[in-house]
Design a protein around this ligand. Structure first.
Ligand code: CA
Length: 420
């Protein structure tokens, strides 16, 4: 399955959080200057690529109809070279991705699409809560597909900047998808790097794994929820998902356990972990969830003082969707909350993150933005996304409040702003 070598790298480019750094994940950065895309170089590049596209199965009429009149978009090149301006702690990342709102939305959609999800589980062996959790984290259940026209974005990346050969393959795949009539041209929008639809597949991943589940003859990840849900399950099945196996569990570590050398990839039998004194966070034995010989890795994303997890090969399947442990944990935890099996029904984990200033839900981020507006800051729209303008306003308020000036919004800032 060669695509698994390439795919996670591609997906890393598509999200603000796509690096496996454990504790720290990069966040949105300040918009850098837009690189130049000279018109002559653009025209020459398209002339050079067209025969290659033809060799890759893109008819000249398809090429002409989708690329004539298209101008390059330098803003995607700025994204390509973006260096995060600061690191987001994993507790901020998870607080925004797995909040009460997303759990409520997910539960409503689980009920709404129950028969489809059951049929998907029958065919691919992936349970409804997991599929819906991926949907929620990838596109907020279809509400955030991204805003970049794919042909324009991938065309630009095919002609300018780093990794042109990689993006050329994605461009050609996009054109083949359009040529096949699977996705409406105006619906072919997505992330700046080319991930699109409910499941945010890259075009080459689409070609390998997307399925037509509603039986209309088209594999449409933008307009068909059944196609999208089934394609996600198909991806996880190919990534090694084992039906009926838990992704993992939160555990309580015994005092003095050596963490050095342990991690997601270092798998040991469940019975070995039990012998070393680990129990579920609920106090139950590990054997109540996993068979004795199940290979499990010990993941401590914020170090030994934070929550700890034993994770199975099914966590690795989630990881392969985006090659980031924080991302896998967001999906895994959202799926537990959708099932109602998160530890004690707790909104986060049984062991708190090692911070005295926990992260904010999207509702709380919107409240921060509203409070910043009320204090006269121009932060644009109240959307729950703390972008450049919000971060700048937060810095100003942090300086006024005597807090550390870092642009981060946590519970302490929210509480300070709530005071009159
Ligand atoms: Ca279909």
């Amino acid at each position: 399955m060669a695509f698994f070598v390439i795919y996670p790298v591609a997906k890393q480019l598509t999200v603000a959080c796509g690096l496996s750094l454990g504790l720290l994940v990069p966040a949105l950065a300040q918009a850098p200057a837009v690189p130049a895309t000279p018109p002559a170089a653009w025209a020459q590049c398209l002339d050079r690529l067209q025969p290659q596209a033809a060799q890759a199965g893109v008819k000249s009429a398809t090429w002409a109809s989708h690329l004539s009149g298209v101008e390059p978009d330098g803003s995607v090149l700025a994204k390509l070279d973006n260096q995060p301006e600061f690191k987001t702690p994993i507790w901020d990342y998870l607080a925004g991705l797995v909040d009460d709102e997303r759990v409520a939305d997910g539960q409503r959609l689980l009920a709404q699409h129950r028969s489809t999800l059951e049929a998907v589980a029958q065919r691919y062996g992936v349970d409804p809560a997991t599929v819906v959790a991926v949907w929620g984290v990838e596109s907020n259940f279809g509400q955030s597909f991204g805003r970049y026209p794919l042909v324009q974005a991938l065309g630009t990346l095919s002609c300018f900047g780093r990794r042109q050969a990689f993006f050329q393959k994605e461009l050609f795949a996009t054109l083949r998808i359009l040529q096949g009539g699977h996705v409406a041209p105006e619906a072919m929008v997505g992330s700046w790097a080319g991930a699109f639809g409910h499941t945010q597949f890259m075009p080459t991943t689409y070609e390998q794994l997307a399925v037509d589940f509603d039986g209309d003859g088209r594999r449409d990840l933008t307009a068909s929820v059944p196609d999208a849900l089934a394609s996600t399950a198909h991806f996880l099945q190919k990534a090694g998902w084992r039906p009926g196996l838990a992704w993992g569990v939160e555990v309580r570590l015994p005092k003095g356990l050596t963490l050095s050398g342990e991690g997601r990839r270092t798998k040991r039998a469940a019975s070995t972990w039990a012998e070393r004194g680990l129990n579920l966070a609920s106090g139950q034995p590990i054997g109540s969830v996993f068979p004795a010989d199940a290979p499990l890795g010990l993941m401590t994303p914020a170090g030994g003082q934070g929550p700890a997890f034993l994770v199975s090969r099914n966590f690795d399947a989630l990881y392969s969707y985006n090659a980031a442990e924080s991302y896998g944990l967001a999906i895994a935890h959202l799926s537990d909350r959708l099932r109602g099996t998160a530890a004690g029904g707790a909104p986060m984990f049984a062991t708190p993150w090692p911070t005295d200033d926990p992260g904010l839900s999207r509702a709380q981020r919107r409240e921060v933005q509203t409070l910043l507006l009320m204090r006269g800051h121009d932060i644009g729209e109240v959307d729950g996304m703390l972008g450049d303008k919000s971060r700048q306003a937060i810095r100003t308020e942090q300086a006024r409040l005597g807090h550390e000036v870092n642009g981060r919004a946590g519970q302490k800032l929210l509480q300070a702003l709530q005071r009159p």
